[in-house]
Design a protein around this ligand. Structure first.
Ligand SMILES: [Zn+2]
Length: 441
């Protein structure tokens, strides 16, 4: 265990025990209950601060406002924001310095999107943004039964530095967190990990959906029982088949959080297991595109060091058409897709990024990846249990044909494993090389 590991985690723990954290958390716990005019007030106040600061201090936005003949004082409601064009990721890549607050004083935190398929993007955050993110995440975790001092087991690839070592876990005493390596998920290693997890008794497992799934699958195959108060996932598209197995095997609920390194939108599960746009986190526009999908465009509330206004995330959602039984005024989302902005392109020109319902109900499947090989051919890369039959394969193809396109050729390729990205992430879709696809944190 390195000294920097100790120091980093000591500081992280400090972040969430300090008075500033407590104040922010209780503020967000209150704003999480808002609706109607009070929510609108909250949003407009935060939006105005972002717009005014961006106009005063950020060269890119000052120019953009001027080019479009807009002054922040002339904007009277969030709807007026549409007088400004959408900010594309490519604009940041072209000249990131133009997006920075010219007179910023205080700490700067740099973050890089993984750029799994695209060019990485470097982002800067101020300490207010770092604190707010932390408080919003804790609001989410606490709403699902976690306590500030609960034990946690984490299996997220970016947290274990030394992959050459045979060490499978490391304990972070400052945050009562057992960090397990997501790069060692062989059966033998997982056997040892489950022993450790049984002894450790964490309240929650914090993982990528694909990692939680691989652990649950091993637990099922080896007849092991393990229980968590909650399994928290984020950073990848959550598939129904993953959620179902993890919930069954670990006798709990999977609670997913969607966000992105740009921090312009957050969507999280409520206690009824439905996604809600976190309306007090940022200003989120859902613009209708095709197939009933909406594109997520977001404006940050909390990062004045590098504010993003009407930023195109490249991610898409399907809306719920009825109110959630939890009673939240926050918009309810049925599914989130394209976290990597990857999509399949059909011969009739449709872009299909929502694929997580396709493998549903097909027996013996472990994982599926949709690989577009040519404009009219798809390969379904499958990791399957021993019992996987030609019939199961035919069922998968039939479901894909009905949901993607009847005008494409499909084939199944069985593989022992589906490679992860450099950041350890599972990619549900591999697009044609010509189709745009962006990275995500
Ligand atoms: Zn709800």
């Amino acid at each position: 265990m390195s000294l920097s590991f100790e120091i980093r985690n000591f500081l992280k723990a400090k972040l969430r025990t300090g008075p500033r954290f407590r104040a922010m958390l209780s503020q967000f716990q209150a704003s999480g209950q808002l609706g109607g005019a009070q929510l609108a007030d909250w949003q407009w106040q935060h939006l105005q601060r972002t717009l005014a600061s961006a106009y005063r201090n950020v060269p890119y936005y000052r120019q953009l406002f001027q080019q479009h003949g807009v002054h922040p004082d002339q904007l009277h409601s969030p709807a007026d924001l549409r007088q400004l064009p959408i900010t594309e990721k490519s604009a940041i890549r072209a000249d990131p310095a133009q997006f920075l607050h010219e007179r910023h004083r205080g700490l700067k935190f740099r973050a890089q999107t993984s750029g799994s398929t695209g060019t990485p993007l470097t982002l800067s955050r101020d300490s207010h943004s770092v604190n707010a993110e932390n408080a919003f995440l804790w609001r989410f975790w606490l709403s699902h039964g976690k306590q500030l001092d609960s034990r946690r087991a984490t299996v997220r690839a970016d947290l274990i530095a030394d992959v050459a070592s045979q060490r499978l876990w490391v304990y972070n005493r400052f945050q009562r967190e057992l960090l397990l390596s997501a790069f060692h998920l062989s059966d033998a290693a997982m056997g040892r990990m489950l022993d450790k997890l049984t002894a450790y008794q964490a309240y929650d497992l914090y993982a990528y959906p694909s990692t939680a799934y691989v652990l649950a699958d091993y637990a099922a195959r080896s007849g092991r029982e393990l229980q968590f108060g909650a399994v928290f996932t984020s950073s990848e598209q959550l598939f129904d088949y993953q959620r179902e197995l993890v919930e069954r095997q670990f006798a709990t609920h999977v609670r997913d959080w969607y966000g992105q390194a740009e921090r312009v939108a957050a969507i999280a599960h409520c206690r009824h297991g439905r996604y809600h746009v976190q309306e007090d986190y940022s200003w989120v526009e859902l613009l209708p595109v095709e197939n009933g999908e909406h594109e997520v465009i977001g404006t940050s509330f909390f990062n004045h060091l590098m504010p993003l206004i009407r930023y195109r995330t490249g991610d898409r959602v399907l809306l719920h058409d009825d109110a959630c039984p939890c009673g939240s005024a926050f918009r309810s989302i049925k599914a989130i897709a394209g976290r990597t902005a990857a999509y399949l392109l059909t011969p009739d020109g449709r872009k299909v990024s929502l694929v997580n319902h396709i493998p549903r109900g097909v027996p013996h499947l472990i994982e599926v990846q949709f690989v577009q090989e040519t404009p009219d051919a798809l390969c379904l890369r499958v990791v399957a249990e021993a019992g996987f039959s030609a019939q199961d394969g035919a069922m998968l193809i039939q479901r894909a044909r009905e949901r993607i396109s009847t005008d494409m050729h499909y084939r199944i390729e069985q593989v022992p494993l589906i490679p992860r990205t450099a950041a350890g992430k599972f990619m549900p879709i591999i697009a044609l090389p010509a189709a745009p696809s962006g990275g995500q944190a």
